[in-house]
Design a protein around this ligand. Structure first.
Ligand SMILES: Cc1ncc(COP(=O)(O)O)c(C=O)c1O
Length: 353
């Protein structure tokens, strides 16, 4: 069902900053903060934090994996996964638009001596079987050893169908590659695909999930993995400085988010659908491009308007990334119905007044 503001009687006014840059900007709610304050904690490096143990068990059961490890961030979780799968001189085959390749400072190469082989992805940003097989290196001393296939879902907000995920996994299996899924927005993908967590998690041996994006916690990711890889991954986490102590306060926020903020991700998607649809009314879409994927709307203004649009919105208390050439507007739990009306009115003012 699409989102319809007219039924909600929204007023076109707002009294707070509307940050559209990402869903990482969400702030913990009052309820979440209370749960964090009351969390039972212990020393997690000794495995003694009850809240962390509970979160790790909860997520591993939900995804059908044997173990879970709380990490400080998505970047640390992905890095621990790659370093656990690959040794120095081995190689990751990865989508050329994927976060681990583009936006994680090449940590696996810098710290682990792991090579990255980026390949072109398909129209939904999925890994294409023929491109995977072409990228696998022969057993030749001139080449790194192909070891791991890195998947991502959602990619730039785009949810990839299970069928495409499974095809990539079975291509990886043919070459005995391990598989890792960067599921920073795993639950946005589930919400769009309407599948179970176990079904999506089956597409990879290890899965990283972020709690601090659409789910709204202040920090934390969880790496889900087979038991046999757990101690190796915990060693890497320690070495990377991720052995936190009484971090159960974050785990408690994560448990709260899983219980309260997963179902509502559909609202973010509905808001994004509505925003994209309404924007098209104000804007000449033959010269400006609008694309909506799950909770994200990518808007490409004409080059002459980009800078001015950002300043105009900023002056109205709406924060947008500078269009390069497109800007991403992300719906999240701190964007209210009123905010959405206000954003649309501001675009209307910019383009039509
Ligand atoms: C797809 C994807 N993977 C991983 C990350 C890294 O997460 P973090 O910022 O927690 O390191 C991000 C961050 O935005 C992301 O979008």
């Amino acid at each position: 069902m699409s989102y319809d503001l007219s039924k909600k009687n929204s007023q076109p006014k707002t009294n707070h900053i509307i940050d559209l840059r990402s869903d990482t900007v969400t702030k913990p709610s009052i309820e979440m903060r209370k749960i964090m304050a009351d969390a039972e904690v212990g020393d997690d490096v000794y495995g003694e934090d009850p809240s962390i143990n509970k979160l790790e068990k909860m997520l591993s059961e939900m995804l059908g994996k044997e173990s879970g490890i709380l990490m400080t961030s998505g970047t640390q979780s992905n890095l621990c996964a790659v370093l656990t799968h690959c040794a120095r001189g081995e190689e990751v085959i990865i989508g050329d638009k994927y976060h681990i390749f583009i936006d994680e400072a090449a940590g696996a190469s810098v710290l682990g001596g792991v090579a990255m082989a980026p390949i072109k992805t398909g129209e939904d940003n999925e890994m294409l079987p023929e491109n995977i097989s072409n990228a696998v290196k022969p057993d030749d001393p001139h080449c790194p050893i192909s070891k791991l296939l890195c998947l991502e879902n959602t990619v730039w907000g785009k949810a990839i169908d299970l069928d495409k995920m499974y095809k990539a996994k079975s291509e990886a299996d043919k070459f005995k590659l391990s598989t890792h899924l960067d599921g920073a927005r795993f639950f946005n993908a589930i919400s769009y695909l309407g599948c179970s967590e176990i079904d999506l998690a089956k597409s990879a041996d290890t899965v990283s999930i972020c709690l601090s994006k659409g789910l709204g916690t202040p920090a934390g990711s969880v790496l889900l993995l087979p038991k046999e890889l757990e101690s190796k991954a915990r060693r890497w986490r320690k070495m990377l400085g991720g052995g936190m102590r009484q971090a159960g306060i974050f785990a408690a926020a994560g448990i709260y988010a899983l219980n309260n903020n997963v179902k509502r991700l559909k609202e973010d998607q509905d808001k994004a659908i509505y925003l994209a649809k309404e924007l098209k009314k104000y804007i000449n879409t033959s010269s400006e491009n609008i694309v909506q994927n799950t909770n994200m709307v990518f808007f490409t203004p004409q080059q002459k308007d980009g800078q001015r649009l950002c300043s105009f919105m900023n002056n109205k208390g709406i924060i947008l990334n500078q269009p390069l050439p497109s800007t991403r507007m992300v719906m999240h739990l701190d964007i209210t119905d009123n905010d959405l009306t206000y954003i649309l009115n501001s675009f209307d003012e910019f383009y039509n007044c």
